[in-house]
Design a protein around this ligand. Structure first.
Ligand SMILES: [Cu+2]
Length: 285
């Protein structure tokens, strides 16, 4: 979100400057600058005489957490629809079943034509199985649907940033790492945890705890000092903690998920005999 906020500030500043310049050539006023031009357009598709354009900072729809931005253009008037009521539903069509994934509600940004939300794809598509995104939007009392197949790929670097697991409470969970830019430092680190209520519903889980134990398997499985386990933050709905990375290279962040009654639902301690937890994220930088 930071990037887009800065971008809007920059856009407003540029408009302020252009409006108080002496240049009285009104043609120079840019009416329809794309507020998402610094982002990558992942797909664009047509339905109901509208074009739906989906953007991200990422290069592709990727397994794991995806923050997405989109606009809906009225192709007849060639203008973007502002302040529509929008919702969405990602569905994966597998050979034997269909399922959704954790995803947020869609919210409006400061630019009325830009809508945003996140999805956590827990698996990639393949030759026979694919994801489909349905966007439902209401404009002037009329509700439209637009559905398109999307390509969800494994992360380009092959690193694990999402875990789907069965807890010892016989509940299935999805645990996703939030994007970060790792540095040799004590980094802010966060994750989101969802319960798989059924194939279509993945409510966020609050007030659990995610223990972290980062290790470098290639270097005697050493750890690092000053890590902080992830605890639930109500304002962001994420689990936040500190990840200490003492050098560049490959790190395996071993995890344990603990519920409200301090019971470990999944994950193991790292010991001489056990060098890895069954639950982990990976970072290489
Ligand atoms: Cu699937």
């Amino acid at each position: 979100m930071k990037t887009i906020k800065y971008f809007f500030v920059a856009l407003m500043l540029s408009m302020a400057f252009s409006s108080c310049s002496d240049n009285n050539n009104d043609d120079s006023i840019i009416i329809s600058e794309n507020p998402l031009e610094d982002f990558n357009m992942l797909t664009s598709f047509k339905a109901n005489n509208h074009s739906v354009e989906i953007y991200s900072e990422q290069q592709q729809f990727s397994v794991g957490y995806n923050e997405l931005f989109f606009r809906i253009k009225d192709d007849v008037s060639d203008s973007y629809i502002t302040n529509a009521d929008v919702s969405w539903k990602p569905i994966m069509h597998m050979t034997s079943m269909m399922h959704s994934c954790p995803n947020s509600a869609v919210s409006k940004t400061k630019d009325g034509s830009v809508y945003t939300g996140y999805t956590v794809f827990q698996m990639p598509g393949n030759a026979d199985e694919y994801w489909e995104l349905t966007i439902e939007y209401t404009v002037e009392g009329q509700t439209y649907n637009a559905t398109e197949r999307i390509e969800v790929n494994a992360p380009a670097d092959g690193k694990k940033t999402v875990n789907v697991f069965m807890g010892s409470d016989d509940t299935r969970y999805v645990l996703a790492m939030m994007p970060m830019t790792p540095e040799v430092a004590v980094n802010d680190f966060s994750a989101m945890l969802f319960k798989m209520e059924n194939m279509m519903s993945f409510p966020a889980v609050e007030n659990y705890k995610v223990h972290i134990d980062p290790r470098m398997p290639g270097m005697g499985n050493h750890s690092s000092p000053n890590n902080e386990d992830l605890t639930f933050d109500t304002s962001s709905n994420t689990y936040m903690g500190k990840l200490s990375l003492t050098m560049t290279g490959y790190w395996k962040i071993n995890l344990k998920v603990e519920n409200e009654t301090e019971e470990i639902l999944k994950g193991e301690d790292i010991t001489e005999e056990n060098e890895s937890s069954s639950l982990f994220f990976e970072i290489e930088f």
